[in-house]
Structures are given as structure tokens and as C-alpha cells.
Design a protein around this ligand. Structure first.
Ligand SMILES: Cc1cc2nc3c(=O)[nH]c(=O)nc-3n(C[C@H](O)[C@H](O)[C@H](O)COP(=O)(O)OP(=O)(O)OC[C@H]3O[C@@H](n4cnc5c(N)ncnc54)[C@H](O)[C@@H]3O)c2cc1C
Length: 560
């Protein structure tokens, strides 16, 4: 009950229920709601479930370690990368957390990282869901989060799975896009290894369409999952961009993440406003260059993760807003890059993305002197080698379950540029659908539950508690140690306090208010308590006074 402000002791019994005066014909019901964290988690992780499992461990008779393991298993049921995602997920769950209106969202991403790191430290293994081996072999193209998530979900159901990966190591953009200071290689390695330990075969350095043909794959496997991502950086389409000194963001990051010291010279301009642009700018800064990002809209429209933009600014990266490239000027003699010519923009009417369209200001061109230009404007799939599997217009298109055509499924960035958490979901969804189709099962459906916004909670009933913040390296240290992880997460003490900030929206957490305020004694404690399951209601005693529903802080009890 530490979560709640203290309440009065249970008042003395008054006569209620059968025989007593009926206050109303309404009766209390316990209705589990869809918490906003769960609703907004693309990978579909039961966020409230695993946090409350730890927060309420004592009530369920679990030790700290038992609760942590239970929580870890709840996360990996949907997402086999908690330590990775606890570092790189932009955590839309926090943006929707009902606690925001009180004293700040629960630090869900930091909690996930803690549980993920704890799982690695304990050497926890992923478990099989079904022990009987299945005969249908599955081929997965691409070892990014989409492909690995699909492979994991099928392997744990007993299918033989082979993943074909063009690069020398697995992880996709998690390894070749996201820089090491955000996601250390050993964390990624360890979470990938758990998937191969489950029996998934990984064929690295094997590009489908080059090292192995599609016909060969079709003959080896009953179905194929395509998770090739989107690795080809788009060009700017301006004069002067062909040749040395101009790179795409994905090319630059791929080379840097592969261990190459890319020569960028003293001044770099990065064009773009997404994650790739920010990562490229920060890596270039770590190579010792002065870096400026050129973005055609304003800060408000920047799609990059806000905290990453903040950290880039702290590291001395300049951002030129409302400017777009028009040419790359090269030196007359040696053709070296001399400047990026940009034109000023202003914001006009909103475009199809809902963001205000940048409109060029005539005659406003000027030059930014640079030695290297990195164009990080967008990416697209290198679809040609696998286009025969059903790609159209350079991308794959799938139905709601991820099916592209008979025997072909797809997910992740090759459907649409997204996030790792979306790729993980789409890999899982395809695996569940493939499993259902092989075994003649009904496709899995999400459980429909009513939503629970902050207005349905009694926020004032919860104790105010400060949000846990992560320890982060100072900007000077970050630049001095370019590969060192910037973010050091939260301590165990912070972790245990932070789980207690979860409001348990729409899910009983045993605050006892219903039991305490019910003068007819309708609420009886259950013998096997656990999150969401603490009281049963003896409706025959109820006089319909509604007090239980009025006092329930989390919106679990309502009158019907
Ligand atoms: C620089 C950058 C930073 C990002 N930062 C974040 C972030 O902080 N948080 C976040 O959630 N998301 C982030 N993203 C997005 C995220 O990385 C992607 O959405 C996600 O990795 C997509 O997963 P995927 O499995 O579809 O593709 P990928 O991760 O791209 O993996 C695809 C894999 O397929 C392989 N492949 C391609 N063609 C073939 C072939 N013919 N044969 C065999 N293998 C092949 C590739 O080598 C690659 O390993 C970032 C993306 C970039 C580019």
C-alpha cells in the first residue's frame, strides 16, 4: 500500500446487502482496462503487467529475484531484446503514461533496461513454448530485429529456422546504424546469442540473391520471411553530390560501426532531421569534426528522438533550421568538396504527413563551408535481389498479418520505415500467423479492453514521488571516449522505487480502498493474490452504495 496516501482504517460494519435498504440497483464489477502504456507499446509488451509484478512482489509472495525473473519472462514473451530496447526505444509508452499529469511519466524505458541487463547478468535463457518439434522449415532473410523476432517466435514453437544475413554480424540497423555509444555491441551480441541458443541457425555473410538464390531458398524452406530492412540511403538529387566527400547517412554509419575510421575532414554538414541524421552528426563529431545539421523544417517538426537532439546540441553540434541543400560546390582543381549550398525555407501549409511543408525562399541561397556532406534524408530497401518474392515499387506490401504472397511473409523497415519496436512486433505477428496457418489454428486476436485515460483515475490518491533519472556522461567525457556508453541507466534502488510509481491503471493493486469503504463487507480477500487479483465480490451483500467504485483510485472497480 506504499503507493497510496494513507487512508483511514476500515470503518465499523453497517448492515447492508440482503435485508438492508437498497441504495441503488447498481452493483460493482471488476473490469480490467487497457492501460495506455500497453496500448501504445508497438511490440505489444504487457508493460503494466511486468512492472506491477515487481512492485507487488511481496503481496504475491515473490522475492525480488523471483519477481525480476517473472517480469523478464513477461517482456521476452513479446520482445526478446529488453536490454537493447531499454537503451534505444523512443518509448511511446512514456509519452502516454497517465502519471505524466501528476509528477512525470513512469520511467518505463529505464525500468526495461534494468530488467534486460539483470537478465543478461543472470544468464537467463529464452524458453520454448512448445516442446514437440515441428516439421516445417522456415527461412528468414535478414537478421535485423524483424527477422530475429520472427525466428525466435517460430523456434520457441518448435520450428527449424535458418536466418540468412548479408553482413558479417547479426542485428541489422541495431548494429550497423545505431552507434556504439548508444548501444554497446556486447549487449546486442548477448541478446542475439540467446536466440541462436534456442536453436535458430544463423548464416552470416550470406546475401540472398547473391550467395544463395531465391529458388534454392524456396526448395529448402516451406515459407520465407523477408526482413531486409532499408539500407540504401537516398541521394539529395542536387548537382555536385556524385563523388568523394558526399556520403549517405546509412553508408557513413555502416562504415563507422564496422570499425573503419572514416576520413571526414574538419567540417561536416549533415542533411536531415531524423535519427540517422542525428547519429551521423554525433559520430562525425566524435571523429573530431565541427558538425552542422541542415534541416528544412524547424525543431518542432524534427522526427528524431528529442533527447538525442538535446545531447547532440550539448556536444557542440550546430543545427541550421529552415534550410535545404541546392548543390554541393567542389574545388575547381581537385574536385574536393568545398561547400554545401543551401536555400532558406519557410513553413507553408501542412503536407500529407501533417507537418507544415517547407517552401523555398527565392534568392536566399548561401554557402556552408564543409569538407564532407552526409545526406541522411531517408532510406529505402535494397530490394532487387529479393524482388521476385513479391516486392512492388521498391518495397514489400503485406496484409495485416504480414503475408505478402503464398509462402512469403515480411515485416520491419522493408514494409515502411519505422522503429525497432515495430519491427519486433511485425516479426512476431508474422511468426504467429505462420504458426497458425501450419497448425490450422485461428489467428491470434488481441483481447479487447476498455481504455483508461488519466481522467478516470484518482490521481490525488497516489503519493507524489520523484521520477528516476538516468546517470549520463557529461558532454566532454562523451567526446573524449567516443565509444563509451553515454547512458548508465538507473541503480537498483532507483529501480525498486520507480516500479512503485506505476499507477496500475485499470488493474487492481490491492490498495484495499474498496474493502475499507464497503460497509456491507462485500469485498473478500482471495487466497492466491497477485497483480489484478486481490478481492472477490459477494454481490448478495451489496446495497449499491457505489462507494467502492468512487474510491477505487485505479478505475478497476466500476458500477454496472
Ligand atoms: C541510424 C539509425 C538509427 C536508428 N535509431 C533507432 C532508435 O534509436 N530506436 C529505434 O527504435 N529505431 C531506430 N532506428 C530504426 C530501426 O533501426 C529500424 O526500424 C529497425 O532496425 C528495422 O528492423 P528490420 O529488421 O526491418 O531491418 P534492419 O534492422 O535494417 O535489418 C535488416 C537486415 O537484413 C539484411 N539484409 C538485407 N538484404 C539482405 C539480403 N538480400 N540477404 C540477406 N540479408 C539481407 C541486412 O544486412 C540487415 O542486417 C534507427 C535506424 C537508423 C538507420
Amino acid at each position: 500500500m506504499g503507493l497510496l496516501k494513507s487512508v483511514a482504517k476500515k470503518p465499523p460494519l453497517r448492515m447492508g446487502g440482503s435485508g438492508a435498504t437498497q441504495v441503488s440497483s447498481l452493483r460493482p464489477v471488476q473490469v480490467e482496462k487497457l492501460a495506455p502504456c500497453l496500448e501504445s507499446c508497438p511490440s505489444g509488451t504487457d508493460v503494466r503487467g511486468w512492472i506491477t509484478t515487481i512492485a507487488q512482489r511481496e503481496k504475491a509472495g515473490l522475492s525480488e529475484e523471483q519477481a525480476l525473473e517473472k517480469a523478464w519472462r513477461m517482456i521476452v514473451d513479446k520482445n526478446p531484446f529488453p536490454a537493447v530496447m531499454g537503451r534505444v526505444c523512443p518509448h511511446p509508452c512514456e509519452a502516454r503514461c497517465n502519471r505524466t499529469e501528476k509528477d512525470g511519466a513512469v520511467a518505463i524505458n529505464s525500468l526495461e533496461r534494468f530488467v534486460g541487463d539483470w537478465g543478461l547478468e543472470k544468464g537467463l535463457a529464452l524458453e520454448r513454448l512448445e516442446t514437440d518439434p515441428k516439421p516445417e522449415s522456415v527461412g528468414v532473410i535478414g537478421a535485423g530485429p524483424a527477422g530475429l523476432s520472427c525466428a525466435y517466435q517460430l523456434a520457441r514453437r518448435g520450428y527449424p529456422v535458418t536466418v540468412y544475413e548479408a553482413f558479417p554480424a547479426a542485428g541489422g540497423m541495431l548494429r550497423y546504424g545505431i552507434p556504439r555509444y548508444r548501444l554497446p555491441g556486447d549487449v546486442l551480441d548477448a541478446e542475439v546469442r540467446r536466440i541462436t541458443d534456442l536453436g535458430v541457425e544463423l548464416k552470416l555473410g550470406t546475401a540472398v540473391g547473391r550467395d544463395v538464390s531465391i529458388e534454392e531458398l524456396r526448395s529448402r524452406h516451406r515459407v520465407l520471411f523477408v526482413g531486409i530492412g532499408a539500407h540504401r540511403g537516398k541521394r539529395m538529387g542536387v548537382p555536385g553530390e556524385e563523388g568523394e566527400g558526399v556520403l549517405t547517412g546509412t553508408e557513413f554509419l555502416n562504415r563507422a560501426n564496422s570499425g573503419e575510421r572514416v576520413e571526414v575532414g574538419p567540417c561536416v554538414a549533415v542533411v536531415g532531421g531524423g535519427d540517422t541524421a542525428i547519429d551521423a552528426a554525433r559520430v562525425a563529431r566524435r571523429l573530431g569534426a565541427e558538425v552542422s545539421i541542415v534541416y528544412r523544417r524547424t525543431r518542432a517538426e524534427m522526427p528524431a528522438i528529442a533527447s538525442e537532439v538535446e545531447q547532440a546540441l550539448e556536444e557542440g553540434i550546430q543545427v541550421t533550421f529552415l534550410a535545404a541543400p541546392v548543390a554541393v560546390r567542389r574545388e575547381e582543381g581537385d574536385g574536393k568538396v568545398a561547400a554545401l549550398v543551401v536555400r532558406r525555407m519557410e513553413l507553408g501549409e501542412p503536407d500529407s504527413s501533417g507537418r507544415r511543408r517547407p517552401v523555398p525562399v527565392p534568392g536566399s541561397e548561401y554557402e556552408i563551408p564543409v569538407s564532407t556532406v552526409i545526406a541522411a534524408i531517408s532510406q529505402e530497401p535494397e530490394v532487387e535481389p529479393v524482388a521476385a518474392l513479391g516486392a512492388t515499387d521498391g518495397w514489400f506490401a503485406a496484409d495485416g498479418g504480414g503475408k505478402v504472397a503464398d509462402g512469403v511473409w515480411a515485416g520491419g523497415d522493408d514494409l515502411e520505415l519505422g522503429l525497432a519496436t515495430i519491427a519486433i512486433y511485425q516479426g512476431r505477428r508474422a511468426a504467429e500467423m505462420i504458426h497458425a496457418s501450419f497448425r490450422g489454428l485461428a489467428p491470434p486476436q488481441p483481447v479487447e479492453r476498455p481504455k483508461i485515460p488519466a481522467a478516470r483515475l484518482k490521481l490525488e490518491a497516489y503519493e507524489a514521488k520523484e521520477r528516476a533519472e538516468r546517470a549520463v556522461l557529461a558532454p566532454g567525457e562523451r567526446l573524449a571516449l567516443p565509444d563509451a556508453e553515454i547512458d548508465h541507466g538507473i541503480t537498483r534502488e532507483q529501480f525498486l522505487a520507480e516500479v512503485g510509481r506505476c499507477l496500475s491503471c485499470g488493474f487492481c493493486f490491492d490498495c484495499e480502498k474498496c474493502w475499507m469503504y464497503c460497509q456491507a463487507s462485500c469485498f473478500k480477500k482471495v487466497e492466491d493474490p497477485g497483480p489484478g487479483h486481490y478481492f472477490k465480490i459477494k454481490l448478495e451483500l451489496c446495497d449499491g452504495c457505489k462507494k467502492c467504485a468512487e474510491e477505487c483510485p485505479c478505475g478497476y472497480v466500476e458500477m454496472a
